[in-house]
Design a protein around this ligand. Structure first.
Ligand SMILES: *Cc1c(COP(=O)(O)O)cnc(C)c1O
Length: 391
């Protein structure tokens, strides 16, 4: 199909919910994708932080294919050894106690929110269900996770939103003012990804952890984007030196298949009981078979060390570009603020030139596969340097 035909059929048959780049991608290998015409693209996006091991990792693809050809789905009415093993692995690498499997980031966050409300109302009564989130956050696209998202731009069209959310600045003063006697949880990202790649202040996070413990307010951490090795540790909270009560994960967990997870600590492990929550697809054996490959590979200390090294390399290279004003982020989750043009226009130009990059607010956002090679990084950086020069 020609690009024009593909674009026309996309517009005809799919709802117009996305402003897409003009690239029809059909094949990939590690951090390189090819379009219908055979044009190559260096991928600094990994499908928005999903393809942790890049495109078509042979071990991941083999595990997924083997499970699909053995037993693809059984529902949660029966015991699934593959799913159980995946949860056990997640508990082992995170230090958390129990897992609930969902199918996406928003759904994992819905599970975390339900858990927090159940904990609050179980312990302190019906009114104890309020949740404080942060301004500029992003927690998903369902009606409740949109309500949790602390950005006015997301609060149009779909009223009435779920009640019980209020939004604080990332300071203790603001959080303390927002938490009242009916608050059951504070829900945060450690690096606000969609909000523009803003890492939160470690001193704030430590103080918030202590405050939540003192008040028996649950600390929920949304690691949908930061989790599974993205920032150079398996979960980002490790680098912040804290342990959440509940953490959500999704994006990279399945390596490209839809999966989400809610991980709870000892205190929260038994909050949700029979009938309280569920999902037809949650813990799907094929997604879990893929997730096991991801968890085993990414939790290897040498793999994480390589992520930190490549992150430092990419960061230093971006900082050297004269048209880049500043760089923020951690590991292979970086945002670079351009001094020329706009992130959106630059991303378009990059795509035309054979480089896939993301944007978030005022930055070009980089979430390459964790397995990206130095050569692929250098190729992508060369394209970016050209595009910036011409801008
Ligand atoms: C992407 C993202 C979500 C939503 O995940 P979906 O899988 O698109 O539902 C939620 N929280 C954060 C921090 C994210 O980056």
């Amino acid at each position: 199909m020609s690009l024009e035909t593909t674009k026309q059929q996309d517009a005809q048959y799919l709802m117009h919910t996305y402003a897409r780049f003009p690239a029809a991608l059909v094949r990939g290998e590690n951090a390189t994708a090819w379009d219908e015409d055979g044009k190559a693209y260096i991928d600094f996006t990994s499908g928005i932080g999903v393809n942790a091991l890049g495109y078509a990792d042979p071990a991941w693809a083999a595990a997924v294919a083997k499970q699909a050809g053995t037993l693809q789905h059984i529902s949660n009415l029966y015991l699934s050894p593959v799913t159980i093993e995946t949860a056990a692995l997640l508990c082992k690498v995170s230090g958390m106690q129990r897992v609930f499997f969902a199918n996406s980031g928003a759904e994992a966050n819905e599970g975390a929110i339900k858990l927090a409300r159940k904990y609050g109302t179980d312990h302190y009564g019906e009114r104890h269900c309020k949740i404080v989130t942060l301004k500029n956050s992003f927690h998903g696209r369902t009606v409740t996770t949109l309500a949790a998202t602390g950005q006015d731009a997301f609060h149009h069209h779909f009223t009435p939103f779920t009640e019980g959310f209020s939004y604080a600045e990332p300071t203790m003063e603001s959080v303390k003012a927002a938490v009242d006697e009916d608050t059951c949880a504070v829900f945060i990202e450690l690096i606000q990804g969609e909000g523009g790649v803003h890492p939160l202040d470690p001193a704030f996070i430590k103080a918030l952890r202590d405050f939540c413990t003192e008040r028996d307010v649950l600390l929920l951490v949304d690691e949908v984007q930061t989790g599974i090795g993205r920032t150079g540790s398996f979960f980002c909270y490790e680098q912040y030196g804290i342990k959440p009560d509940v953490v959500s994960a999704a994006k990279a967990l399945g390596g490209g298949l839809p999966i989400g997870a809610v991980l709870a600590n000892e205190k929260c492990a038994d909050v949700l009981g029979p009938g309280d929550h569920g999902s037809t697809f949650g813990g799907n054996p094929v997604a879990c078979a893929g997730a096991q490959v991801i968890i085993r590979r990414v939790s290897d200390p040498a793999f994480l060390q390589a992520v930190r090294e490549k992150g430092a390399f990419l960061r230093a290279a971006l900082e050297k570009l004269p048209q880049i004003e500043s760089v923020r982020g951690l590991g292979l989750m970086l945002g670079a603020k351009p001094a020329v043009s706009t992130p959106g226009e630059l991303a378009q130009k990059c795509c035309e030139a054979g480089l896939l990059v993301l944007t978030a607010k005022d930055v070009l956002r980089f979430l390459p596969p964790l397995t990206i090679t130095k050569e692929e990084l250098q190729k992508g950086l060369a394209i970016l340097a050209h595009v910036l020069q011409d801008a």
